[in-house]
Design a protein around this ligand. Structure first.
Ligand code: PLZ
Length: 453
């Protein structure tokens, strides 16, 4: 096929794409399979692929592959495209910036959009104290910088992360991440002075309430680390990769209070939960906690790589001038995208849309759970909902069933992701731009593949 032929059949991305599931070949189709063969020859085998349908356009709630299949997107590129893929306001903002300049490096010759993003984050994040922000590229890079800043401010070194945590794949953040396979295996040694504390996991913590779970964690931290050595405690207010674990009420506020009393910086990793995903702008708001530092990425910029640390001015201003930076952090294209994206969360009230999506998901998933005891738990908030699949007799995690269900859904054109320490959680992270009809159709596919699995 010539390039002209190819372009004439490739649809334009964005919300005007037909919002329907349409399968014209098996998944993956022949062109995707050919690309899959090239991938093996060209791309490191360590870079895995969940659903090997190669995408040419996306928007609303669909992904279009190179064979012309329209897939229902229940993953948002792992919670990134909350406002939708190729959202017109993002495309326009990035195109305008592209025509002006692509890069100068903010720490060499700065530009105003970086400041505007910082001002917006300082306004939108919880708490009305004085704040400062710094911009980076990936979630992991922002987590690393939050830890650097907390260490500098406190003059202490230790960091506590939790069971089931995910904070990234760089050396420091691999150490913070709990799960060995596939994230850490063979990649050590990891950074020093990282300690792990028990999480609140209501489905598997029979009888332990949030305050009790926090006391258990605090007691372990006091015994094994000591507040005098502890620079920061980092936690996802709802754990993402670890299995969409929503800690019991009271867990997070009790940890925040202990951090305040002990001069420990409380870092909320809202990389996955942030920006309307959970039905509020940030998941911290559900429990009324005010983190000292907040780490954000993913939903911040409509798919362009941008991440941020926002927090108390006195903490954020602690490092020496030049101590925080990077070539691309707060790149002008990413900042233009972020400003358009963050305005949309507010003007289109996408937190409300996330709550509506959450209501549809939880109602339908609970109906499945009522008749299928392999669905052990339905949990999450807003458009961040998951089911945990278990052996109905023993309650043991059933990763094999999870794998079968997800593979069958993929074959039927529904992009579904798994997560969880035990690999037995199916998570739903639809774009907030998905229609109710498409979401419900995706759930109907789940019902049929679960019944057959
Ligand atoms: N913190 C809470 O969820 C990224 C990882 C996907 P980066 N989660 C998706 C994978 O398999 O690599 C994540 C997160 C939380 C930090 C990160 C890291 O963000 O932008 O992937 O570095």
């Amino acid at each position: 096929m010539t390039l002209v032929d190819a372009l004439s059949v490739i649809p334009v991305g964005g919300p005007s794409l037909p919002q329907e599931r349409r399968l014209v070949t098996a998944i993956p189709g022949p062109k995707s399979q050919e690309l899959g063969r090239r991938k093996i020859e060209a791309v490191s085998a360590g870079v895995g692929v969940t659903l090997p349908a190669y995408i040419v356009a996306a928007g609303g709630g669909v992904l279009v592959d190179v064979d012309g299949n329209f897939l229902i997107d229940l993953g948002s590129g792992i919670a990134v495209t909350g406002i939708g893929n190729s959202a017109p306001e993002v495309v326009a903002a990035v195109a305008a910036q592209l025509a002006q300049f692509t890069h100068t490096c903010f720490t060499v010759t700065p530009y105003d959009s970086y400041i505007e993003v910082a001002e917006m984050l300082n306004r939108l994040t919880p708490g009305d104290h004085a704040k400062r922000s710094a911009l980076f590229n990936s979630g992991a890079e922002a987590v690393e910088n939050a830890v650097k800043i907390a260490r500098h401010y406190t003059g202490k070194q230790a960091v506590v992360a939790f069971d089931h945590a995910y904070h990234g794949r760089t050396t420091l953040t691999m150490g913070l991440t709990a799960k060995n396979q596939p994230y850490k295996n063979g990649f050590g040694p990891f950074a020093a002075e990282i300690y792990r504390a028990p999480m609140s996991y209501p489905y598997r913590d029979a009888g332990l309430d949030g305050v009790g779970a926090a006391r258990r964690a605090i007691s372990q931290i006091e015994k094994q680390v000591g507040a005098d050595n502890l620079a920061a405690l980092i936690i996802e207010p709802i754990q993402g990769e670890g299995g969409f674990i929503v800690p019991a009420p009271g867990f997070l506020p009790t940890l925040v209070d202990w951090c305040r009393a002990n001069e420990v910086v409380f870092i909320a990793d809202e990389v996955q939960t942030g920006f309307a995903r959970t039905g509020d702008l940030f998941a911290s708001n559900h429990e009324g906690i005010v983190p000292d530092l907040m780490v954000m990425a993913k939903g911040i910029a409509g798919g362009l790589p941008l991440s941020a640390v926002t927090g108390r001015a006195e903490i954020m201003d602690a490092p020496q001038v030049g101590g925080i930076g990077g070539t691309y952090g707060g790149n002008p294209l990413a900042c233009a995208a972020a400003l358009a994206t963050m305005r949309s969360y507010e003007t289109e009230n996408l937190a409300q849309r996330a709550r509506e999506i959450g209501a549809i998901l939880t109602e339908r998933l609970n109906a499945i759970r009522a008749v299928d005891k392999r669905v052990g738990d339905v949990r999450g908030r807003g458009a961040m909902i998951a089911i945990e699949l278990v052996d109905p007799v023993t309650g043991d995690p059933d990763a094999a069933l999870t794998g079968r269900v997800v593979a069958a859904a993929h074959a039927m054109g529904v992009v579904l992701l798994t997560c969880g320490t035990y690999g037995n959680v199916i998570r739903f992270l639809p774009p907030l731009s998905i229609s109710d009809d498409l979401l419900v159709e995706g759930l109907q596919v789940l019902v049929s593949v679960l019944a057959a699995a």
